[in-house]
Structures are given as structure tokens and as C-alpha cells.
Write a protein that binds this ligand. Structure first.
Ligand code: NOJ
Length: 538
């Protein structure tokens, strides 16, 4: 059997740096804070961390608007802090991935500042500039994720520039080989500093229709397959992203990563691929698995928390996977409502059990291991540019600071300092409290991660669904080669459920339950309300 690369089946912990731990008392998390919590991550049992952007930025989109790709923003620290973090993480056996934002820069980036000086600028064609439409107005009908026109007029030159997000985040033109070369150099810079890979932001956006044709309107009654996103959903986004040329770009990027440095094949890219047509999503692996190592699948975030719907989704995604490919699953992110709020506190342990027992790589968003709910953000506290534009779409609730210990700032920052976003407290308590409580979600997450390491059946491999009890999501997992299979039964209802038909004639014994021992169903064929269980052959 050939050894799998480390990233197939790894658990990657997503750190939102602003909200992790503040060590310099400005109310915003920083690199030293992440470094200080490496022991926490190592004892949690994850394999790697991925940091949302920490680069120099005006922070219009909290770091996804990059002003200097190779400098750390002073808010987070400096390059020495970054190097120290890499050393400390590696010293504890943790790999480090960073965000890589290819589609756009900040308008304060020197490339754009040069580009906007006029049509003769040597950087003009690094961005996407066009004359107004013949009848005047923007060159086409594209709109931003935030529901606004994706073109801004530069009155000096009379031309428009394209931005898929804020006007202060102009899109780079990846059809220009010089842009690709410069952005590949950015990747090399961080690889040289020791990062183990990247999470590629908005991966499909780098290739747009070369003729910049209009997007067609969304047909009446059709849905966008993601949670409602306001004006953005009025169009089918088929021309502003995902042009087939995208594959060539990621083939080259993959080559760069796979053949880099002294240990080729060790570096990885996760891809943010918001595609809900599964064959299209899976095309990002590449026909010969030679593009994005791990396209992230966002299906679980968009599927109602019901056994049938979740099973259908998992079956459909699995069917669309190229042979031997391993998907990357997420249950939470800095862009989506918190999983504990989506599925409810009682079900949050089941959501964690699902995430950590699926075949593939799992991405665990910071705070989800504590059951952190969406924070209550008053209108005057909204910071997210999306939330400021469209009421109800703010991503702030999922970005509130980590609650480490008891006290007014929950140990996130110094006493008396106001955290950049209001705190939320998980029903199970802070990280410290949960560490001391054997029945906590944190302890369950640690136990699940330990089990995952110890059982080949929970690695990338086979999942087979077992039906038989309404409201129960059940599946067997087996590794390669199949030694011992495990059975996972998740009661997604608040009722006691018999699962005789799922257990069948085999003898199974409980290996791990989400429920405290007193209320769990023992070895009887019963799941307590909201209980999830991993069974081994008895
Ligand atoms: C996706 C990121 O996850 C999100 O936070 C950001 O606003 C956009 N890309 C723009 O970079």
C-alpha cells in the first residue's frame, strides 16, 4: 500500500487571527497569541492550522484586502513573530497553512496604485480596466458578492475597473502572465519561510469569461444552492468566475507546490470552491488529480440538519469524487453562521462527530470545538462590510473572540480592553471550564481526534450508509485495507430512537458517545435524544 500524503485525512484547524488571542492589549488577536496557544492546538490533536490573512492591509475586508503580500500587518505582529509561530508549530508537530488571495488586492497595493495612474501605466493591464458600455455605464452587468455593481469608474481616465468585492479590492488580471508570475513569487516567498501550504481564497474567480459577457439572470423559482445572499442571487454567476481556463492556472500552481523545496509533495493547497454542482466542484481536483489538492466542500453548511438531507448530500458528493480523491469538509467558517447556532446546542456534538468521522480531510473552525454560538451583535457594533451594506448578512456573529477563561474579556484580551467584536459564551463554558468537564464538547472533540488517529477505519476510505431509523444518520466507515469497520449512528432528533434495524444481526459495542454515560443507552439498541455513537464490532 502506498503511504498517503499527510494532508489526505488530516484535520486542519482554521484560526481567525483577529479573534484568537490578543497579547498586546489592542482588542485584536495577534500572531504571538496564536503562538501561545500552540499547546492548546497540539493537545486538541489537530494536524495543521490555517490562518486567515495576517498581511499588511487597510482591513476594509479584515485582511482579505492585501496591501503588501510579503509583510505582516503590525496589528498582528511582524515577520519575526511569524517565523516564531512556524517554528513553534512545527516543533509541536503541527503544520501551518496560510491564506493566499489571488483574485484581488487592496486598492492601496503598489500594483494598483501604479495601475490607476493611467492607461499608459506599466501596471495598467495587471488589473481589469475597460471603457464604459457603448450606451454609457459599466462595461457589463456583473455584481459583487455584496450585491453592488462590480465596476467602479475612475474619473481621471474615464475607464472602469473590476472588483468582485469592495471597490477597494480591485481584481487582478490572471490572463496577464506577469500577474501570474508575480503571484507565484508571493507563494514562493511564504514557502521559503516554511509554510506547509495555502488556502486559496475564492479559487474559481481567477478565470473570468475573456469577453466579459453579462451574467444571465437567475431564472424565476431557481435557487442558488447556498444560503440567501441578497442581490448576488439575482444572477447566475457563470461568466464572472469558473471559466475553464481556471484549470490551467491551478495545474501550474499545483506543480509549483508539488515540486517545491527539499521535500517535494509535502505542500498542499486547500481551495475555497463555492460550487454546488458537484461534478463542477470536483473538477477542481483536476482530471488527473493535478490541480487543487483539496477543494473545500461547503455542502454541509448549506444542507438542513436532517438525516435524509445530509445523507443525500454526502452520497451526491461522494459519487462526484474522482477515484482516489479525498474531499475537504467544513462545518463552520468565518463567513457562515456558527454551527452551534445552525444545528442547536444539543446537536453540536453530533455535528462534530460527523465532521470528524467523514472520509476525507476535516476543517475545524476555531471555537466550534467549544460550541461557540453566533454572537449577538448590536447594529452599532457591526464591523463586517457585508453586514454594513446588507442587514442580516453580517459575518460578525461567527467572528467573535475565543472565550478562553472566565472574566469580563474571557481571557481573549487584557482586563479593561474592549475586544474588537462582542464576546459570545458557549453554553458549555470557556475553554478552561470545558477542559475540566469530561462531558464537554471540547473533551469530546479531543476524544474524537484521538480515535481518528488510532483507527484506520476513520481515515480516507469507504463510507456506506445504513438506513433503518427515521431521524438517524448512520454509516459504516472502513479504511484501506478494511480491517475493522466502525459504525456511526447520529440521532438528529430530540427523541429516544431504537436502532435495531441499523445494528442488524452484528454485535456492536459502544466506543464513544456524545452523551454523558448516565443518559447514554448502554449497549442496548437505543440512542438517547440527540445522542451520537461510534460503535465497534463486539
Ligand atoms: C472569501 C473569504 O473567506 C471572505 O472572508 C472574503 O470576504 C472574500 N473571500 C474576499 O476575499
Amino acid at each position: 500500500m502506498t503511504k498517503r500524503p499527510w494532508w489526505q485525512g488530516a484535520v486542519i484547524y482554521h484560526v481567525y487571527p483577529r479573534s484568537f488571542l490578543d497579547t498586546d492589549g489592542d482588542g485584536v488577536g495577534d500572531l504571538r497569541g496564536i503562538c501561545r496557544r500552540i499547546p492548546y492546538l497540539a493537545s486538541l490533536g489537530v494536524d495543521a492550522l490555517w490562518l486567515s490573512p495576517v498581511f499588511s492591509s487597510p482591513m476594509d475586508d479584515f485582511g482579505y484586502d492585501i496591501r503588501d503580500h510579503t509583510a505582516i500587518d503590525p496589528l498582528f505582529g511582524n515577520l519575526a513573530d511569524f517565523d516564531a509561530l512556524i517554528r513553534t508549530a512545527h516543533g509541536s508537530g503541527l503544520r501551518v497553512l496560510i491564506d493566499y488571495v489571488p483574485n484581488h488586492t487592496s486598492s492601496e497595493h503598489p500594483w494598483f496604485r501604479a495601475s490607476r495612474t493611467g492607461p499608459d501605466s506599466h501596471r495598467r493591464d495587471w488589473y481589469i480596466w475597460r471603457d464604459p458600455a457603448p450606451a454609457g455605464g459599466p462595461p457589463n452587468n456583473w455584481i459583487t458578492l455584496f450585491g453592488e455593481p462590480a465596476w467602479t469608474l475612475d474619473s481621471d481616465s474615464g475607464q472602469y475597473y473590476l472588483h468582485s468585492f469592495l471597490p477597494s479590492m480591485p481584481d487582478l488580471d490572471w490572463r496577464n502572465p506577469a500577474v501570474k508570475a508575480a503571484m507565484f513569487d508571493v507563494a514562493r516567498f511564504w514557502l521559503d519561510r516554511g509554510v506547509d501550504g495555502f488556502r486559496v481564497d475564492c479559487a474559481p474567480l481567477v478565470a473570468k469569461d475573456p469577453g466579459l459577457r453579462d451574467n444571465p439572470p437567475m431564472p424565476p423559482g431557481a435557487t442558488a444552492h447556498h444560503r440567501p445572499m441578497g442581490g448576488y442571487d439575482s444572477q447566475r454567476h457563470i461568466n464572472d468566475q469558473g471559466h475553464p481556463d481556471v484549470h490551467g492556472i491551478y495545474r501550474e500552481f499545483r506543480e509549483l507546490l508539488d515540486f517545491y523545496g527539499e521535500n517535494p509533495g509535502e505542500r498542499v493547497c486547500l481551495g475555497e470552491v463555492h460550487e454546488y454542482d458537484w461534478p463542477v466542484w470536483s473538477s477542481y481536483f483536476g482530471r488527473d488529480l493535478d490541480e487543487i489538492h483539496l477543494p473545500i466542500n461547503f455542502g454541509l453548511l448549506q444542507t438542513p440538519w436532517q438525516a435524509g438531507a445530509t445523507r443525500d448530500l454526502l452520497r451526491a458528493v461522494t459519487r462526484a469524487l474522482p477515484a482516489t480523491a479525498v474531499p475537504a469538509w467544513v462545518m463552520g467558517s468565518h463567513d457562515d453562521p456558527r454551527v452551534a447556532s445552525r444545528v442547536g446546542t444539543a446537536q453540536a456534538p453530533n455535528a462534530m462527530m460527523l465532521l470528524l468521522t467523514l472520509p476525507g480531510t476535516a476543517i475545524l473552525y476555531n471555537g466550534d470545538e467549544l460550541g461557540l454560538p453566533d454572537a449577538d451583535i448590536r447594529p452599532e457594533d457591526i464591523r463586517d462590510p457585508w453586514g454594513l451594506r446588507t442587514p442580516g448578512l453580517s459575518r460578525d456573529p461567527a467572528r467573535s473572540p475565543m472565550p478562553w477563561t472566565d472574566g469580563p474579556t474571557a481571557g481573549f484580551t487584557e482586563p479593561g480592553v474592549k475586544p474588537w467584536l462582542p464576546l459570545a459564551l458557549p453554553p458549555g463554558g470557556t475553554a478552561e471550564a470545558q477542559q475540566g468537564d469530561p462531558g464537554s464538547l471540547l473533551r469530546l472533540t479531543q476524544a474524537l481526534l484521538a480515535l481518528r488517529r488510532g483507527h484506520a477505519a476513520l481515515g480516507p476510505g469507504v463510507i456506506e450508509f445504513v438506513e433503518g431509523s427515521a431521524g438517524v444518520l448512520a454509516y459504516t466507515r472502513s479504511g484501506e485495507p478494511a480491517a475493522e469497520s466502525l459504525l456511526v449512528t447520529l440521532n438528529l432528533t430530540g427523541r429516544r430512537v431504537r436502532i435495531d434495524r441499523i445494528l442488524g444481526d452484528c454485535r456492536w459495542e459502544r466506543l464513544l458517545s456524545t452523551a454523558p454515560a448516565a443518559s447514554a443507552g448502554g449497549d442496548s439498541p437505543v440512542l438517547a435524544p440527540d445522542e451520537g455513537v461510534i460503535w465497534r464490532p463486539g
